[in-house]
Design a protein around this ligand. Structure first.
Ligand SMILES: Cc1cc2nc3c(=O)[nH]c(=O)nc-3n(C[C@H](O)[C@H](O)[C@H](O)COP(=O)(O)OP(=O)(O)OC[C@H]3O[C@@H](n4cnc5c(N)ncnc54)[C@H](O)[C@@H]3O)c2cc1C
Ligand SMILES: Cc1cc2nc3c(=O)[nH]c(=O)nc-3n(C[C@H](O)[C@H](O)[C@H](O)COP(=O)(O)O)c2cc1C
Length: 507
């Protein structure tokens, strides 16, 4: 039955609880949050199916507790050459070396990777799937392969479609409007609600440890240059390490969303549940600004929002766009933000607690530190689209946040949440010649390298830019001893070699 027909047949139906043969635990291995986001979506979907599941990071996997996990769903991203994420390293080691018999275990795997890495595409997920089978575990549902290079969302939806049927002997229809665990209260009512710490020990919920002291936008290069320092100067890092940052939703977006949903920013949200993904009570301002991605639309969000549209035509359009069959039609639409979507579908009536229960936790973004360690400030160069006043179109979560802050100087510094993740991208002996190949903001680790080598050893750089004016750090390159070959993708003049003073060439 097509999804819409099935949905309509559920209208008015009393929600039936699926019969589950055992408990279910979803373990995710995620570095930058994509896979974790899908695991959280399974949790939301499970609630809508009236199924209770536990969602945990693979860092907490303990083989001694195997029998208590029930049926296992592994969701794993791949890194390096098809290897594990940092939080799955111990699990990977255990699975590679164990000789335990796992015949009592039932499992399925959804692998997240990119087919750009053709030799190691979804290596980690495939390894988990085959290794568990080798150890005697029973695959209760097929391996899913998600490809970020093509359409990860569609791959997930196709895999997820059969998952619920495989998990329950009697699939419960999705609750039309799932019970919302959140509630808005006034400050004077707060005393009767206890404080709930988030399930996940996420840095997002800790006080900020960083501050951005400088930010400028270079329109020709479509690049933001930022300088960030630690509030605690003890923290150590190297150039080429990665700085992981949490974006925020710009205040204009937060204001407009709270208005659209009829809440004021100083209202307080509490939960009636015993667990929460975010610290509660928290103000509507903090929740919308820091804790949730209030801009990106997923297929599941479209489907969920359809339940809040009073106009039948809008409701079925949203259902269609959110369904597997509607993927092509969704792609043809402008890239709406959540705000843009709520402006288009005017019959959607949803309050902040209901909206929040549908949104994903704010993801993190990773940037390579583009400067050497000595100046105690981390330079970043971040590719962004041109700024726009139009909040209805998605231009990138971090990009929109940075545009809303731009410019920043030491007098207007902005606190941020994030941390440094070590990189293996380094060359210890500066006497060894290096060849560097980069395009656009991909120059970031190269800049850290040439600064760290401080003109020692031979360096050859091939640098691709849109145009001559878009070559970031060009002055620094020309003043250095790096032999550089510039390549321009968009300059229309006939290609000619140019020999700047340091022997570099342009073509
Ligand atoms: C190890 C590592 C190092 C990195 N280093 C750098 C670096 O030094 N510099 C750098 O610039 N980047 C770097 N990146 C990439 C960076 O982490 C971000 O992916 C990038 O900045 C985009 O983030 P964003 O939040 O602005 O965009 P996102 O929100 O991720 O969006 C990306 C694009 O997709 C579009 N989009 C998003 N959602 C939708 C939707 N629902 N519908 C339609 N379109 C949509 C947006 O318009 C945008 O153009 C690095 C990544 C890694 C993994
Ligand atoms: C440095 C790096 C290495 C990667 N290596 C692989 C790989 O070997 N195989 C693969 O399928 N995907 C690879 N990927 C793609 C990631 O698995 C993919 O981006 C995934 O969505 C990340 O999920 P996460 O956000 O949950 O960490 C790599 C990505 C990066 C940034």
């Amino acid at each position: 039955m097509p999804l819409l027909g099935w949905f309509q047949s559920c209208l008015g139906a009393k929600s039936k609880v699926g019969t589950i043969s055992s408990s279910i635990t979803v373990f995710y291995g995620s570095e930058t949050g994509t896979t974790k986001g899908f695991a959280q979506r399974l949790r939301q979907k499970a609630a809508a199916h009236n199924i209770q599941i536990n969602v945990k990071g693979l860092e907490s996997f303990n083989p001694e507790n195997l029998s208590s996990y029930g049926r296992l769903v592994f969701m794993t991203a791949s890194y390096g050459t098809g290897g594990p994420t940092t939080n799955a390293e111990n699990f990977h080691k255990w699975l590679s070396s164990t000789i335990m018999s796992l015949t009592s275990i039932e499992y399925t795997v959804f692998a997240v990777g990119s087919s750009i890495y053709s030799d190691s595409y979804n290596g980690m997920g495939k390894f988990v799937d085959s290794q568990l089978a080798k150890l005697g575990a029973k695959r209760f549902y097929k391996l899913g392969l998600g490809d970020t290079f093509n359409d990860l969302e569609q791959d997930f939806m196709a895999w997820e479609e059969g998952l619920w049927a495989a998990l329950t002997s009697d699939v419960a229809p999705v609750q039309l409007i799932p019970e919302c665990p959140f509630k808005l209260v006034e400050t004077n009512e707060l005393k009767s609600y206890k404080t709930i710490s988030p399930l996940d020990n996420n840095l997002l919920f800790q006080p900020p440890t960083l501050e951005m002291i400088h930010l400028v936008f270079n329109a020709t290069a479509s690049c933001m240059f930022g300088t960030i320092q630690f509030l605690n100067s003890q923290t150590t890092y190297r150039g080429t390490d990665h700085l992981v940052l949490y974006p925020c939703n710009p205040s204009a977006v937060v204001n407009a969303l709270s208005k659209r949903c009829g809440a004021s920013l100083d209202q307080i949200m509490i939960t009636t549940a015993t667990e929460s993904m975010i610290p509660l009570p928290s103000s509507v301002h903090d929740i919308l600004t820091y804790y949730y991605d209030c801009q990106t639309i997923s297929h599941s969000l479209l489907t969920s929002l359809s339940m809040f549209a009073s106009d039948k035509e809008e409701q079925s359009k949203l259902m269609h766009l959110g369904s597997f069959d509607g993927t092509e039609d969704y792609r043809k639409l402008p890239h709406y933000t959540l705000l843009g979507l709520l402006e288009q579908f005017t019959s959607i009536t949803i309050d902040i607690p209901q909206l929040i229960s549908l949104l994903p936790i704010m993801p993190q973004r990773t940037y390579t530190i583009a400067s050497h360690t000595l100046n105690h400030c981390m330079d970043l160069c971040i590719s962004v689209q041109q700024p726009s006043q139009d909040l209805s179109l998605h231009k990138g979560l971090m990009a929109m946040y940075l545009h809303s802050l731009n410019p920043i100087n030491p007098d207007t510094r902005v606190k941020m949440r994030g941390y440094v993740k070590p990189s293996e991208f380094t060359f210890k002996d500066p006497k060894i010649p290096i060849i560097m190949i980069a395009a656009g903001s991909g120059i970031a680790p190269m800049r850290a390298l040439w600064q760290e080598r401080n003109n020692c050893g031979q360096m050859l750089l091939f640098f691709g830019c849109k145009s001559k004016g878009a070559c970031i750090y060009a002055d620094e390159i020309e003043q250095s001893q790096i032999i550089t070959y510039f390549a321009y993708s968009q300059d229309s003049q006939p290609k000619e070699y140019e020999t700047p003073s340091n022997g570099s060439k342009r073509y």
